[in-house]
Ligand binder design. Sequence first.
Ligand SMILES: Cc1cc2nc3c(=O)[nH]c(=O)nc-3n(C[C@H](O)[C@H](O)[C@H](O)COP(=O)(O)OP(=O)(O)OC[C@H]3O[C@@H](n4cnc5c(N)ncnc54)[C@H](O)[C@@H]3O)c2cc1C
Length: 418
Amino acid sequence: MAVSNQTLSVAVIGAGIIGVASAAYLVREGYNVTLFDHQGIGESTSSGNAGAFAYVDIYPLPQPGILLQAPKWFFDPLGPLAIPLAYVPKLMPWLTGFLWACRPAQVHKSVELMKQLMALSRLEAHQFWQDWDLSEYIVERNSLTVYESGAAFNRAKSKWQESADQGFDIEFLQGADIQQLEPSLDKRFKHAVRVVDWPMVTDPKIYTKAVGEKTLDAGARLITEKINRISLDANQVKLADQHNNDYCFDKAVIAMGSWSNQLTTQLGDKLPLDAERGYNTTIPDPNIKLSHFILFPEHGFVASPLATGLRIGGANELAGTDYPANYKRSEHLLNKAKDFLPGLSSEGGTQWMGRRPSLADTQPLIDYSSASKNVIYAFGHGHYGLTQSAATGKLVSELVAQKPLSINLDSLKLKRFK
Ligand SMILES: Cc1cc2nc3c(=O)[nH]c(=O)nc-3n(C[C@H](O)[C@H](O)[C@H](O)COP(=O)(O)OP(=O)(O)OC[C@H]3O[C@@H](n4cnc5c(N)ncnc54)[C@H](O)[C@@H]3O)c2cc1C
């Protein structure tokens, strides 16, 4: 006898953007969905990101030659990429996998996969906003990547050209044309690349909560408890929270971002997952108005105009989930921004640190657990969790249903770490 989806219960553990988007797709498919998150909906990494749907970004962090820059990571604690020396021993599994992922053949594979995943992300996001009536949370913007040095621009140019060849609407700008588009920007930026089609959320926390609320309205339920244990029993997935309350489901989705290893190890999957931590400051009344999302690649940060203020941030600190935050990083980026955006006021700014869930090859994991097809993994989206959230929700719903997948996920499978 066929079993209708309504009779199947699915737990989604983690209510960041990946968890809520997955829950939304599952509710639509008729499953009986329960979301678990001790912090509530969208209170962690998904609350403070830069808010961009960056479909054009297809290049992974591991690249041949990147390791020549490694000494800087240890000795420049405020540089764009930093690793506190004391954290290095804990980071070893991630670093080893990262090194392995720097092989040209692996980089090529990652880029090819990212092209597919970003294409699906673009397609699904627009459909998702329509299906869930989310357009009030979306602003259609363009991005502007600005370069001070001609050498830096020339190094990046071939990648931009590749994006243009893939069909992205890319404009190359120089000199005064840049300031005409963004009068608040300092004149030192002589080259810029404008990407037309760079949707943004009005604010990532507001957006994640809206997706979560709509999913609850559509029938999902939220339990604000921390899941500490997972086990398999016949055809069921058993969970236990921090108060030792037990729960039983037909299926479970682990979408706990940087914390996902806490449950995957209990199923025999110890993965090279760490946190690429980013910092920012959000200024409610910045005294300048930007019409673009501005990226400063030579300095590793962005200026992101949101409905809740101008958010200045970025950086990358490989230091896990619990290492103390170093808010000098937020200050450092803000001081640079004041230099590049004369007139910027930082009064009333709020500092934030978030943990980008990062697997060693900086690609997400969207697959079944090795122990059972009843447990699905959806984490490790690094810098692109918001961008790839709708596509991930769609793929998770296909994995739960054991249907053919929208894209070939071979390179995102768990076996890449075995
Ligand atoms: C500075 C910065 C800027 C960024 N900008 C962008 C951007 O512009 N565009 C983009 O696409 N991405 C961006 N990102 C990346 C993006 O924010 C992340 O990829 C995304 O938020 C990850 O979502 P997630 O749901 O996997 O993780 P999270 O949002 O971290 O959610 C995981 C959830 O799991 C919960 N959890 C953990 N353990 C348990 C447990 N035991 N039981 C129950 N719940 C648990 C946590 O409370 C948390 O709510 C940025 C990130 C940073 C730091």
